[in-house]
Design a protein around this ligand. Structure first.
Ligand code: UDP
Length: 138
């Protein structure tokens, strides 16, 4: 069974759409195998987004990601990495398909409500960044 890391970003928590995001996952038959709320320090956000270190938006992105609490989840299901990214929609809400989370709730390419791993290897690394194996329910 495939796993992916999902994050409800600070703008999603501030808007009060935690329940709505989770509802969309569960309605799609995706199982939540782990979940917690926490606030990242900017250094922790930099660690999570290390692949984007050289990008011009890195400083602003990591400041945003540490600006308030986030909800991190391990999602589980067949093909859940791709299915989660479909439910999320394109990175830029302007390009996101109707009915996706980002189309409905994102305010900009940076403040786009949710994160989802993009491949099996990234999913493994990103899950391990937040959860020990003991915190993931079988
Ligand atoms: N991002 C940004 N400016 C950009 C592109 C991306 O602030 O021009 C932020 C945005 O929050 C995005 C995150 O960086 O979700 C990671 O970018 P990626 O291209 O991996 O998009 P994702 O996989 O989140 O759709």
């Amino acid at each position: 069974m495939e796993r992916t890391l999902s994050i409800i970003k600070p703008d999603g928590v501030r808007q009060g759409v935690i329940g709505e995001v989770i509802r969309r996952f569960e309605s799609a038959g995706i199982r939540i195998a782990a979940m917690k709320m926490l606030q990242l320090t900017q250094a922790e956000a930099e660690g999570f987004y290390a692949v984007h270190r050289e990008r011009p938006f890195f400083e602003s992105l990591t400041r945003f990601m540490s600006s308030g609490p986030i909800v991190v989840m391990v999602l589980e299901g067949d093909g859940v990495i791709a299915r989660n990214r479909e439910i999320m929609g394109a990175t830029n809400p302007k390009d996101a398909a109707p009915g996706t989370i980002r189309k409905d709730f994102a305010s900009s390419v940076e403040q786009n409500v949710v994160h989802g791993s993009d491949a099996p290897e990234t999913a493994r690394t990103e899950i391990a960044y937040f959860f020990s194996e003991m915190e993931i329910c079988a």
